[in-house]
Design a protein around this ligand. Structure first.
Ligand code: PEP
Length: 236
C-alpha cells in the first residue's frame, strides 16, 4: 500500500504561507508516497487554483446538507473547491463537545458524497484499547463496508507534545484498529499514525507498520515537511 501523509495545518498560516506551500510542493516529484493537505477553510481557494501535486483535504465538515447551521461548511461547498478528504473526530474537536454520534453522522455524510473521511481515534493517559475500539465501532455505525475510509491513530498525549509512543506501542493499537474493522467486514482500511511526527520521529513511527502519517506542527515548517515527504517516499 502506498504510504499516505496528511498535513493538518489546524488554525495556522496565512496567504503568504499557503502560496509558498503550493509553490514548493508543486515542484516535488514523489514516486511512491501520496500526500493530502488540509488547510483552514478560508484558504481552500488558494489550493483549488494552484495545487498540482498532492490532494486536498479539510479539517471538519458539517453533518448536515445545507440550511440553518451557522458557521458550518457543507460537503457540497467543499467539493466545489476540489476537497476529497476530510478529517473527522480530531481530539481537539472532540474536546470541544463533538460526540461519537455526531462523528458517525459526519462520516456518513462524507462517504455518501464521495469524500474520504480520515477518522481520528486516540486515548488519553487514563484510557486504553477499549476506548479506541469503541470509537472505531461508533464512527462507522452508519456506513457499509464498501465505503472508502481511513483511520488515524492519534494518542492525545502525543499531540503537540514532542512525545511519541514506541513503534511497538503504535503497532499494537494500529493492529487492534484493523482487527476491529475486519471483524465488522471492513477490509484493507489504511490506518495512519499521528502525534508529534517530525523529521526525527517519522521513521520510527512508520516502523510500526502503519499506512502513513498525520502531521500537525511539523507541516508548518515547509522544509521539514518536504524532508518527511521525501523520506517516506524512499522508505523501504
Ligand atoms: C494532530 O493534531 O493531528 C497532530 C498530528 O499534531 P502534531 O503533529 O503537532 O502532534
Amino acid at each position: 500500500m502506498r504510504k499516505l501523509i496528511v498535513a493538518n495545518y489546524k488554525m495556522n498560516g496565512d496567504e503568504k504561507f499557503y502560496s509558498l506551500v503550493t509553490k514548493k510542493l508543486n515542484k516535488l516529484a514523489l514516486k511512491d508516497a501520496r500526500f493530502v493537505l488540509c488547510p483552514p477553510f478560508v484558504y481552500l481557494s488558494k489550493f483549488k487554483k494552484h495545487i498540482k501535486s498532492g490532494e486536498l483535504g479539510i479539517q471538519n465538515i458539517s453533518a448536515f446538507d445545507f440550511g440553518a447551521h451557522t458557521g458550518e461548511i457543507s460537503h457540497q461547498m467543499l467539493k466545489e473547491f476540489g476537497v476529497r478528504y476530510v478529517i473527522i473526530g480530531h481530539s481537539e474537536v472532540r474536546s470541544s463537545g463533538e460526540t461519537d454520534e455526531l462523528i458517525a453522522k459526519k462520516v456518513k455524510i462524507a462517504c455518501g458524497h464521495d469524500m474520504i473521511p480520515i477518522i481520528c481515534v486516540g486515548e488519553d493517559k487514563n484510557s486504553g484499547l477499549e476506548l479506541i475500539k469503541s470509537q472505531v465501532e461508533k464512527a462507522i455505525q452508519y456506513i457499509d463496508n464498501s465505503s472508502k475510509i481511513i483511520f488515524a491513530y492519534e494518542p492525545i498525549w502525543a499531540i503537540g507534545t514532542k512525545v511519541t509512543p514506541t513503534s511497538e506501542e503504535i503497532k499494537t493499537v494500529v493492529d487492534n484498529i484493523k482487527l476491529t474493522l475486519e471483524k465488522l467486514g471492513f477490509k484493507d482500511v489504511p490506518v495512519l499514525y499521528g502525534g508529534s511526527v517530525n523529521k526525527d520521529t517519522y521513521k520510527h513511527c512508520l516502523n510500526s507498520g502503519c499506512d502513513g502519517l498525520l502531521v500537525g506542527g511539523a507541516s508548518l515548517n515547509l522544509d521539514e515537511f518536504i524532508e518527511i515527504l521525501k523520506g517516506v517516499d524512499n522508505y523501504e
